[in-house]
Write a protein that binds this ligand. Structure first.
Ligand code: SF4
Ligand code: SF4
Ligand code: SF4
Length: 586
């Protein structure tokens, strides 16, 4: 520890910490724009300057370490003036169209302008060029005009996700965030995860919105519009309305969606339970019949695209199960449409997902199994093809629609989901957090292999936010070794061993986003470690309170097999619920 003085008061700080860390540890705020702890620490913006007695110039607190006896002043006239100049220079080149901006009222740049008391901008715009919007990605829109060159997106894409889809190009006034050969984000090896959107301090990166299209179909009396909600939404959407963090608002969310005008409100957790039945059967089949191991989960579309680009050698290891989102679309437009006598061409499936990569997944050309199912039965032609999932809304977009509709979310009475695609178990809820798919799978695999229920349902070694977790579970005399990774940098470490045939595991769960879907790229902004933890705890609590906690106990999933699919991994299941992967070259 070292002794330091901050604004005239004595403190101690860990030796080796930066001034910024030391001040934050003592509750003293220093503004930053580029800084992201452990990820982006390049001192690009200079907003965090402070005075240190004896130093000739102001120092940037994010890269200056505390030393014994250091005397720091964080808000002198000189410091405030320097920060104001930095911010005014940024704003001089910024569009300032806040009222029409997606990040209005949730923008770090806007908040800082207010915090620093900016009431005029003394400098002229010096950047001559206006950039076109990059709309090439199905998930993300980039507006380089609103970019302040903080570098957080580049650091996140490179260090957390190890994708490196974006980097700086040009110098001086020509500097910008760019992609390889300046091609659009949709034309390079971006895996659509949206982690860059989550940490962008401005409106330079936003999701491609489906709000207008969904409103249009809800208003169309010919359309039967059903909505499904992913497990992680219930633990986060309350934050959009200022409700307490870490509390699942499942019932209010179902009520709000009904008020928006959806004809049926269903739960992706129904098909999460279905996924466990299909994936568990696939795993047992691979173990018993010498199939490719380790088997790797396939629920996370960003992870799937990552493996298709960076690890094509391991594609045979991926479970062939589609994600719960896509299973839902296929089941809704076949089983449910048939049961209700609805023409599948009139049905619109909307997904509410914590994830921008789900927008990409819904548009994958092979995700039209319901059309393939109906083609012969209804004599459809190729040009009449329709996707299993029509639109994907993020948690943030859904919050906006609820606000646009004038719904007082906090005041809503809880409502339930509709039958039969709304029933689920606690195991399905766990899909929203890293380790949850594995935990749910183990609960059912144990039952299938031993005929008995697990004595304890919680697998603590694979709970929590650690980037890589592992456990060994004895199932019917066999030590099953499992691993869980979230964040693609962590996944990469496990996959190098799988590729080199050195992996000791039988079953691996991968989620593209740190913490899993609770930290997905479509979740409320901000999303940080504290909020990930709270959302995760909300899902664990929801699991504990549900009457059924194992996927194989879901009676409506059993009815789906009895009435329609017949058997797990059977012929119809393969047509509707399974898929294949392919190498992608950019
Ligand atoms: S990015 Fe922020 S400051 Fe810029 S226009 Fe949008 S809301 Fe306003
Ligand atoms: S796009 Fe956003 S995160 Fe990336 S450099 Fe620009 S402002 Fe920063
Ligand atoms: S969406 Fe993910 S992969 Fe694509 S640029 Fe952003 S962080 Fe990188």
């Amino acid at each position: 520890m070292v002794n330091i003085t901050i604004n005239g008061r004595q403190y101690t700080a860990d030796e080796g910490k930066t001034i910024l860390d030391a001040c934050r540890a003592h509750g003293i705020r220093i503004p930053t724009l580029c800084y992201l702890e452990g990820v982006s620490e390049e001192a690009a913006c200079s907003l965090c300057v402070v005075e240190v007695t004896g130093a000739r110039t102001l120092v940037r607190s994010c890269v200056t370490k505390v030393t014994e006896g250091m005397d720091i002043k964080t808000a002198t006239e000189r410091v405030r003036q320097a920060r104001t100049v930095v911010l005014e220079l940024i704003l001089a080149n910024h569009p300032k169209d806040c009222l029409a901006c997606y990040r209005n009222q949730n923008c770090e740049l806007q908040s800082l302008a207010q915090e620093l008391g900016i009431d005029s901008i003394r400098y002229p715009k010096i950047r001559k060029q206006d950039y076109d919007l990059d709309t090439s990605s199905p998930s993300i829109i980039r507006d380089a005009n609103k970019c302040i060159l903080c570098g957080r997106c580049i650091a996140t894409c490179s260090k957390i996700q190890t994708v490196d889809a974006i980097q700086f190009s040009g110098r001086g006034l020509q500097s910008k965030v760019s992609t390889f050969m300046d091609a659009g984000l949709g034309k390079v090896a971006c895996i659509n995860c949206g982690q860059c959107v989550l940490i962008c301090p401005t409106g330079a990166l936003i999701e491609r919105s489906a709000i207008k299209a969904v409103w249009k179909d809800i208003a169309d009396p010919k359309k039967f519009v059903v909505v499904q909600t992913a497990p992680a939404i219930r633990a986060a959407i309350g934050e959009e309305f200022g409700l307490p963090e870490g509390v699942a608002v499942t019932g209010k969310m179902a009520a709000a969606l009904r008020k928006l005008g959806f004809d049926k409100v269903f739960d992706t957790q129904f098909t999460a339970d279905l996924t466990i039945i299909e994936e568990g059967s696939e795993f047992i089949d691979r173990v018993k019949n010498g199939g490719v191991l380790p088997m790797i989960t396939s629920c996370s579309p960003g992870w799937i695209k990552f493996s298709e680009i960076f690890f094509p050698e391991i594609l045979a290891h991926l479970s062939t199960c589609k994600s719960p989102q896509q299973m839902f679309g296929a089941v809704a437009k076949t089983y449910y449409a048939q049961k209700m006598g609805i023409d599948p061409r009139d049905m619109v499936v909307v997904s509410i997902m914590p994830c921008t990569a789900k927008k990409f997944e819904a548009g994958r050309p092979e995700m039209d199994s319901a059309f393939a199912y109906w083609r012969e039965k209804m004599h459809l032609r190729g040009e009449e093809s329709f996707p299993d999932v029509d639109y994907v809304l993020t948690t943030r977009e859904t919050g906006r629609m609820i606000t646009e509709a004038g719904i007082d979310f906090a005041a809503l009475e809880s409502e339930g989901y509709d039958d039969p695609l709304g029933k689920s178990t606690g195991a399905a809820t766990l899909f929203g957090a890293t380790g949850g798919v594995m935990e749910a799978a183990l609960r059912s695999a144990y039952f299938y292999l031993t005929g008995q229920e697990l004595p304890s349902l919680e697998f603590s070694p694979i709970r929590g936010l650690a980037g890589i977790k592992e456990a060994t579970v004895n199932v019917a005399g066999m030590d099953v070794k499992v691993a869980v990774a979230s964040g693609l940098g962590n996944a990469r470490k496990l996959m190098e061993d799988v590729r080199d045939k050195k992996s000791p595991y039988h079953f691996i769960e991968i989620m593209a986003c740190p913490g899993g879907c609770i930290g997905g790229g479509g979740q409320p902004i901000p999303t940080d470690t504290r909020l990930r933890t709270k959302r995760m705890e909300a899902l664990y609590a929801e699991d504990q309170h549900l009457p059924q906690r194992r996927s194989h106990e879901n009676s409506d999933v059993k009815a789906l097999y009895d009435d329609f699919l017949k058997t797990p991994n059977g012929h119809l299941s393969h047509d509707l619920l399974h898929t294949q992967y392919r190498q992608r070259v950019y």
